[in-house]
Design a protein around this ligand. Structure first.
Ligand SMILES: [Fe+2]
Length: 180
């Protein structure tokens, strides 16, 4: 059972600060994609949704009106490293299980290999692969997916629903493993 809900994570001031930069809409969409993929592949849906929600929290200084050059940004980008550190610190602070915090942090670190001198294809764990694919499903050219709008209240409504879906899925999983 998950110790910390997606809504609790989302409402934290640290999450609010960093998700405003990379896009709340993108974060919530990727969390839903990750739940969907994880539930079909036998991957922990709670870990997948948490890593997906937080995967871009390492982004910094996204400007909208041409002040920031996207290609230039990509050249200097280490958002996955920053995000992994931030996600880990946040989850520990919220009282999350340490192993969950570590696995989520690693999935954030490896959701892209654009900043690495080598490729990660075929090397990711199932959880890391789910988060990567969930992110790619929502990606738009030029980083436009970071600018899709979503209000705070709509995000909370959707994350409450996803928390519920995760709890129901885990309850079903538990009963399947005890009866089967
Ligand atoms: Fe992303």
């Amino acid at each position: 059972m998950s110790k910390v809900s997606l809504v609790t994570i989302f409402k934290h001031r640290v999450t609010q600060k960093y998700l405003q930069r990379s896009g709340v809409n993108h974060a919530v969409s990727v969390a839903y994609n990750a739940f969907d993929l994880a539930s079909r592949r036998g991957v922990d849906v709670d870990l997948a949704a948490k890593a997906a929600l937080l995967h871009d929290m390492g982004h910094y200084e996204w400007y909208r009106d041409g002040k920031w050059d996207y290609e230039e940004y990509r050249r200097h980008d280490i958002h996955a490293i920053k995000g992994a550190e931030r996600a880990h610190k946040l989850l520990i602070r919220l009282g999350e299980d340490r192993l969950v915090a570590k696995d989520v942090s690693l999935a954030v670190l490896l959701h892209t290999d654009s900043y690495l001198p080598f490729e990660l294809d075929g090397k990711r764990t199932d959880l890391q692969q789910v988060v990567t694919e969930a992110d790619n499903m929502d990606e738009q050219p030029g980083g436009l997916h970071h600018y899709k709008e979503m209000s705070r209240s709509e995000a909370i409504r959707l994350l409450k629903k996803l928390d519920q879906m995760i709890a129901e899925f885990q309850a079903g999983d538990a009963s399947r493993s005890t009866t089967g």
